[in-house]
Design a protein around this ligand. Structure first.
Ligand code: ZN
Length: 500
């Protein structure tokens, strides 16, 4: 294939599948486009098309957010990855730092991640490892002052597990789907605990991450459809390979899924395009997922804050969870796409609706408003379950809401409605307590809080909570004090009864 044909092909693919990119037709007289991976660290213009107009101003804020430039190749076998990552890290804390920590999550997700050729500003360094090799500690040659930056460069390889055994199969190549979650060296969060890194329990989410920016180039076999967080900048073919470049940010993670079986359907709602990827036989479920996601975005945008991105991808994967959230993308288990039949004795459409609404809810509580998902799972999971209740309320009225609310009561009843606090870390729960408390009792706390504060006051509180913490990190203390400010009341008794 010659180059002219390749660029014509990339333009037509872009026009066919990506409304937000603005490709320029290639011609012999056109000067070559600059390589996106060579974008200056401070230049965020490439991210503009990924944000709705009202949210583009954030690109002038978030000073010092990490910037990742990643290029990797997916092997023909679809489970081996090799890549290079350059990341510009800025000390945005209020103390100087002597080390920077990276998470190598594949090493505790049943796979393997190896790092080589690590440099800091071009100087070779040797890292140390901890937490079963899921933590890479890089001691700095000199202290990093507040506001100063460093560029880390490294090569890495990932072997993706071919089973779904660990953490619901978030990282897996199975059933002809590659689910590539947390599969690049991720900078850990520095907070009031210092570098905050631990091994995630099997029950909960894996990551705790700050908002960052990502420019990613993926080389992959042509036979697979690639889906990622963020917005596609270009897609070209090179022989038997395809090369896709993506801009993703502001975002807390970069996610990719791929399969030779995916069929894409999409629909635009105002500035937002929702794309759904599922095997060909699952079209009805795929269409229903788009319907639920669009209504969810409508409800949550009105209640909390606008959905920030111009795209949302819904991706069928074999995960053993019902669904998993990523910035701008949600993975939904392939087991609930047969929406005309039952799943575990319940119509699969019911699972599909509550799961999609829940995972879309995480675009506000996890993605836009971050939190320590390991220490404060109620701030993302319980609040997202409550958002799901608000979706059913706003879409179907009191009848729809009471059905979902009784499912929350049922969930809590699985452990006899024990008054275990909703505010424990994931590791603080035993067995089925985590699901029953964080997903059942937790959202019922927000129902109680709404009753205590009055609906109008509660709604204003939750809106300000979302807007004031957008792209930042929430804490339980902030949530309580903001609620108390809104109601001009003391909520300590209520919080003691439910949260602590
Ligand atoms: Zn969730």
């Amino acid at each position: 294939m010659n180059r002219l044909y390749a660029s014509f092909l990339s333009v037509s693919l872009l026009l066919a599948s990506c409304t937000s990119a603005q490709p320029k037709p290639g011609s012999p007289t056109t000067t070559p486009e600059p390589d996106p991976l060579q974008t200056p660290w401070e230049d965020r213009s490439i991210f503009k098309n990924g944000l709705v107009v009202s949210q583009q101003g954030i690109l002038n804020e978030l000073n010092g957010a990490s910037v990742y430039h990643i290029e990797f190749t997916i092997a023909d076998n679809l489970y081996e990855i090799t890549g290079t990552q350059e990341v510009r890290y800025t000390n945005t804390e209020d103390v100087e730092l002597n080390e920077v920590q990276f998470r190598l999550f594949p090493n505790i997700l049943g796979g393997e991640m190896l790092i080589s050729n690590l440099t800091i500003d071009g100087l070779s360094v040797t890292p140390e490892y901890g937490l079963k090799n899921s933590l890479m500690i890089v001691r700095l040659p000199a202290s990093l002052e507040v506001g100063q930056s460093l560029v880390f460069k490294m090569d890495y390889s990932v072997t993706v597990p071919q089973s779904l055994d660990l953490n619901y199969g978030v990282l897996a190549y199975a059933e002809d789907v590659l689910a590539l979650a947390h599969a690049y060296p991720m900078i850990a969060v520095y907070d009031d605990e210092g570098w905050n890194a631990e091994i995630p329990p099997q029950d909960g989410d894996v990551t705790y991450a700050d908002t960052s920016f990502y420019i990613v180039r993926v080389h992959a076999p042509k036979k697979i459809t690639l889906v990622t967080s963020g917005t596609r900048i270009s897609l070209d073919e090179e022989g038997q390979a395809q090369v896709m470049t993506v801009a993703n940010g502001p975002a807390r993670d970069f996610y990719l899924a791929a399969s030779p079986e995916y069929e894409e359907i999409s629909q635009s709602f105002g500035e937002v395009t929702i794309r759904s990827y599922a095997p060909k036989g699952a079209k009805e479920g795929s269409e229903f997922a788009i319907d639920v996601a669009s209504k969810s975005i409508e409800v949550f945008s009105k209640r909390y804050a606008p959905y920030p991105f111009t795209e949302l991808d819904i991706i069928s994967t074999p995960t053993l969870a019902l669904g998993i959230e990523y910035p701008g993308a949600i993975a939904i288990t392939s087991r609930i796409y047969d929406v005309n039949n039952d799943y575990r004795g319940v119509p699969a459409s019911i699972y599909m609706e509550s799961t999609v609404a829940h995972e879309v809810g995480h675009q506000w509580f996890y993605s836009l408003v971050g939190d320590d998902q390991l220490d404060d799972p109620w701030l993302d999971e319980s609040l997202t379950q409550f958002a799901t209740l608000q979706y059913f309320t706003d879409r179907y009225g009191a009848g729809g809401a009471s059905g979902f609310q009784s499912s929350l009561e049922d969930r809590w009843s699985r452990i006899g409605k024990a008054d275990i606090p909703i505010g424990l870390p994931v590791a603080g729960y035993q067995g089925s307590e985590y699901g029953a408390i964080v997903y059942g009792r937790g959202p019922l706390f927000f129902v109680a809080l709404q009753e205590e504060m009055g609906t109008a006051t509660f709604d204003a509180f939750l809106k300000e909570y979302t807007e004031s913490l957008s792209w930042g990190v929430a804490t339980p203390e902030y949530l309580q004090s903001l609620a108390e400010t809104h109601c001009s009341c003391n909520l300590q008794v209520l919080f003691d009864e439910w949260v602590y």
